[in-house]
Every structure is written in structure tokens, then in C-alpha cells.
Design a protein around this ligand. Structure first.
Ligand code: NAD
Length: 486
């Protein structure tokens, strides 16, 4: 497949080898019109074993490089992604469906992980201190954890990959990336770009596969794989944690969400509507931090519902490559069906439909921006991660009851608070069981901030000052020498 005169890789990247190029195992579709973009090779168990061999050679080479060298390579990767922004954005839009504008935003976000960790790796502090009783020195050092197995979802095919690859490479690990089958092209392109930036061939492999389970079996069975970092559903995360338990593999999990958004009685109305729209509609609602349940103080409830419905109803839905389109298709037929059935269930049980709700006919996995209020207690949509452009608005009279309802879920990834009183907003934010909270802001992801979930939304954090720690082992060396204690 050719995008902007660039022929995209369709083989597996196993160390320095592009394997099975031209073997057409995994069809990749354009969700805007269901046309076949291209087909790519699917990795099997032998490919996975070979990728581990390559990654272990890559680890031996890469771990010996200086932090300064790794920093410079990552910075080159940042610049290359910026230079190729249009091409990468087009690939993302073609295989994932988001609009080109959003895809450009994703490339910015994704590339920033390289710049952020380029800065971090030269500032990692090993430490030397004295034991309080004076009998030794305490030396603390950090080592790369080893070969890292990275598994990513389709919704942000560039950013979910670089959020793992950047800290892993910064720490000195080698990586094997298994992207989602819906969006392998972005991952393969970014891997090729990384070798251009100076990452040794063997330090990065990419294994799209129709049989994720058999790739995982090989990874978890091999002593040389020391790390799994997964982003995806809680359901699959649980399976990988079970697999990891056997050899006690170091695990980071970025899992599903069910984000509440609270519009408090002292919220600025226009800000609340505008930021709720952003928190809901980014990537057509296919985001783990999308506002899933919108709790609104009774005094704003009706006006807020109508204002949000007016804004959502005015969005232009269409092929994301076209100018003027605000919202693209969903990623595939299953996602479209799931969203439609959640809305149909709610409406059948008595929810009030303010806009949208009718799946268009014709090609493409489209679902219109939809707003529901007066949601009955027994509607499935109250309890399910929607992953689509559907706003679910629920009134509250008692703020504490709203906070309790917001926390009444196994998930704890993101939450949002709308209030014009900062002290009030922060006190509510602190009561929310969520790893990431936005106050008066619908988009808060930032490479410089730690991102991750509480409860069954995950383990560990990506980005921020702590992101690199997910890929390091801390070693303590107790050190004595003659005269040490004097
Ligand atoms: P998914 O769990 O179905 O798949 C994620 C990835 O796991 C894909 O690459 C898939 O091929 C792979 N996979 C499935 N079974 C596997 C196995 N046994 N071994 C190895 N890999 C396996 O999720 P999805 O549908 O791609 O993405 C949507 C989900 O991801 C949502 O629940 C969303 O909330 C979550 N998500 C979370 C974050 C976060 O940062 N917490 C970010 C994005 C998406």
C-alpha cells in the first residue's frame, strides 16, 4: 500500500529482517468505506521465538549504550515523527477512522513521548548515601528490566505504542511490539522510523498476529522476556496477568475505563458543555478515558442536556480524510453493533433520546453523535464502557451521592469535574477513585503526567517522571570499605 508516495511495510519486523513481506494474512480495512487497504503477514509461534532471539541480542547491545546516546536517538525519533506527521496521520486515519485533524494531534502526542523520555533518561538519579548506623554506604542503581513484550490496542495506534516504546528504549530495554490487527500499519511504520533514528535493528521487533494467544504463550514461556506492558481491555489484561504469574513477569497494565464526569452546581455552564463535548467525542468516543457517565446537578440538568445535544447533533460525521468532517466512523462492525445495541436497550427501557440514535445505512462503520437522558436504572449503558459517541446524562440532587455513584464501578481510570470553585473541585477530585482527573478540562493526557488506572483499570503508570520506572529494576548495593563509617 502506498501513502504519500511511501510504500508501507506489510511484513513482520523481526530484528533487522522484514519477514513474509507480501504474505497476505491479515486484511486491514478502511472503516470509513469498508474497502480493503492492504493485507499484512501474521506472526506465528516461530516468528515469536525468532523475535525473542533478536530482542535478546538487541538488549545486549542497547543496554550498553550511554543514556546520552539513547537520549539523542529518541530525540531524532521525535523529529522524524514531526517531519512525517502528515504521512503518519494519513495512515492512522485510513486504518483507524479518526479525522485527519485528530490524527495529527495523535502524532504530536505520540512523538512527545520520545522527546519527554529523551530528557528523562539523562536525568535518572542513581544515589549514594550513608546508612544511619554508619556501617556501610547505600548505593542505589537502576538497570533496564530486559526484553519487553508490548501489546497495544487500535484506538490510538501511534500513541499507545510510543507511550511504551519510548520509556522502554530510554531505560535500555529492547522491545517486541504486538499491535492490534485492526491497526498494524502505523506500528510497522513507526518501527521503521525508529531504526532510521538509530535504534539498533534487533532492539525492536513488531509482530502483528491473528493469533495473539500463541504469541503470548511463546513470550511468557521464555525466561528472556522479563516484562509485559499491555494496553487494552480489562478482560484481556486479566488473562495476561494470569500468564505472567507463572514466571512472575514484571507487569504493567493500562486497562478499561468507565469514566464519570460530574457537573457540579457551581460549574461554569458554557465551560461544562464545551469540555464535556471534548471528553466525550474525542476519537468518536473510542477512548479509555471518554466521559462515560455524565452526572449533572439538577439545576443544570435540562439546559445542559439540551445544549450538549445541540452541539453533538451539529457535528459533521463522515470520512475522516475529508475536510470539514468532525467525527469519523467507529473502528469496525462489532464496535458499531455494540454501541447501537446499548442505545437501543436504553431507549427500549425508557431513556429519552435527545439526538442521534439511528445507525445510518450504507458503507462504513458510522454511528451518529447521540445524547440520552432520563436513563433507567436497569439500562446496560449505565454500567458498560460505551466506546462510542454516546453521551449518557444522569441528574443528581446530592453531591455525595453523585460521588458515590461515580465510584460505584470496578474501574478507576479517568474522571472529570466541572466547577468554577477550584477548592471545591479539588476536594471532589480527591474523593474520586480514578488515576486521572480533569478539572474543567476534557483532554488531559500529557506525556509529562503519570497516566494509569486505579482498581481494575490497571497497574503502574505511563509517562511522567515515573513512566521510565516501569522498565527498570532498582538495585541496592550495600558497600563497606575500611574507614567507611568514619
Ligand atoms: P483488547 O483487549 O481486545 O485488545 C488489546 C490488544 O490485546 C490487541 O492488540 C489484541 O490483539 C491483544 N490481545 C487479545 N488477546 C491477547 C492475548 N491473549 N495475548 C496478547 N494479546 C492479546 O482491547 P481493544 O478492543 O483493542 O481496545 C479497547 C480497550 O482498551 C478498551 O477497554 C479501552 O478502555 C482499553 N484501553 C485502555 C487504555 C488505557 O490507557 N488504560 C488505552 C486505550 C484503550
Amino acid at each position: 500500500m502506498i501513502v504519500d508516495d511511501i510504500t508501507l511495510p506489510t511484513g513482520l519486523k523481526i530484528g533487522g529482517e522484514w519477514r513474509h513481506t507480501g504474505r497476505a494474512d491479515i486484511p486491514v480495512y478502511n472503516p470509513a468505506n469498508e474497502s480493503l487497504l492492504t493485507s499484512i503477514a501474521s506472526a506465528d509461534s516461530q516468528d515469536a521465538k525468532d523475535a525473542i532471539d533478536a530482542a535478546s541480542r538487541g538488549f545486549a547491545e542497547w543496554r550498553k549504550t550511554s543514556p546520552r546516546h539513547r537520549s539523542e536517538v529518541l530525540r531524532r525519533a521525535y523529529h522524524l515523527m514531526q517531519e512525517r506527521k502528515e504521512t503518519i496521520a494519513r495512515i492512522i486515519t485510513l486504518e483507524e477512522g479518526k479525522t485527519l485533524n485528530e490524527a495529527r494531534g495523535e502524532v504530536n502526542y505520540a512523538s512527545e513521548f520520545f522527546r519527554w523520555f529523551a530528557d528523562q533518561v539523562v536525568q535518572m538519579n542513581d544515589a549514594l548515601s550513608s546508612a544511619p548506623n554508619g556501617d556501610k554506604a547505600i548505593m542505589v542503581t537502576h538497570h533496564p528490566v530486559g526484553v519487553a513484550y508490548l501489546v497495544t490496542p487500535w484506538n490510538f495506534p501511534a500513541a499507545m505504542a510510543t507511550r511504551k516504546i519510548a520509556p522502554a528504549l530510554a531505560a535500555g530495554c529492547s522491545v517486541i511490539l504486538k499491535p492490534a490487527t485492526e491497526t498494524p500499519l502505523t506500528a510497522l511504520y513507526v518501527a521503521a522510523l525508529l531504526t532510521e533514528a538509530g535504534v539498533p535493528d534487533d532492539a525492536i521487533s513488531v509482530l502483528p498476529s491473528k493469533s495473539a494467544r500463541s504469541i503470548s504463550e511463546v513470550m511468557f514461556a521464555d525466561e528472556r522476556v522479563r516484562k509485559v506492558s499491555f494496553t487494552g481491555s480489562t478482560e484481556v489484561g486479566r488473562v495476561l496477568l494470569h500468564n505472567a504469574a507463572e514466571r512472575v513477569v514484571n507487569s504493567s497494565m493500562e486497562l478499561g475505563g468507565n469514566a464519570p464526569l460530574l457537573v457540579l452546581d457551581d460549574a461554569d455552564f458554557d465551560t461544562a458543555v464545551e469540555q464535556t463535548l471534548v471528553a466525550k467525542i474525542r476519537n468518536a468516543g473510542e477512548s479509555c478515558i471518554a466521559a462515560n457517565r455524565i452526572y449533572v446537578a439538577r439545576q443544570h440538568y435540562q439546559a445542559f442536556s439540551e445544549a450538549l445535544a445541540a452541539k453533538m447533533g451539529a457535528l459533521i460525521m463522515g470520512d475522516g480524510t475529508q475536510d470539514g468532517v468532525d467525527i469519523g466512523p467507529l473502528v469496525n462492525r462489532d464496535t458499531q453493533k455494540k454501541v447501537a445495541s446499548l442505545v437501543d436497550d436504553a431507549v427500549a427501557k425508557g431513556a429519552n433520546l435527545l439526538t442521534g440514535g439511528v445507525q445510518p445505512s450504507g458503507a462504513g462503520y458510522f454511528y451518529p453523535p447521540t445524547v440520552l437522558n432520563d436513563i433507567p436504572e436497569n439500562a446496560d449503558i449505565r454500567y458498560t464502557e460505551i466506546f462510542g459517541p454516546v453521551a449518557v446524562i444522569i441528574p443528581f440532587d446530592d453531591e455525595q451521592a453523585a460521588i458515590d455513584a461515580a465510584n460505584n464501578t470496578i474501574f478507576g481510570l479517568a474522571a472529570y469535574v466541572m466547577s468554577s470553585d477550584a477548592a471545591h473541585a479539588v476536594s471532589v477530585a480527591k474523593q474520586l477513585e480514578a488515576g486521572v482527573v480533569g478539572i474543567n478540562k476534557g483532554v488531559i493526557s500529557d506525556p509529562a503526567a503519570p497516566f494509569g488506572g486505579m482498581k481494575q483499570s490497571g497497574l503502574g503508570r505511563e509517562g511522567g517522571y515515573v513512566g521510565i520506572n516501569e522498565f527498570t529494576e532498582t538495585q541496592y548495593i550495600g558497600l563497606d570499605w575500611p574507614g567507611c563509617s568514619q
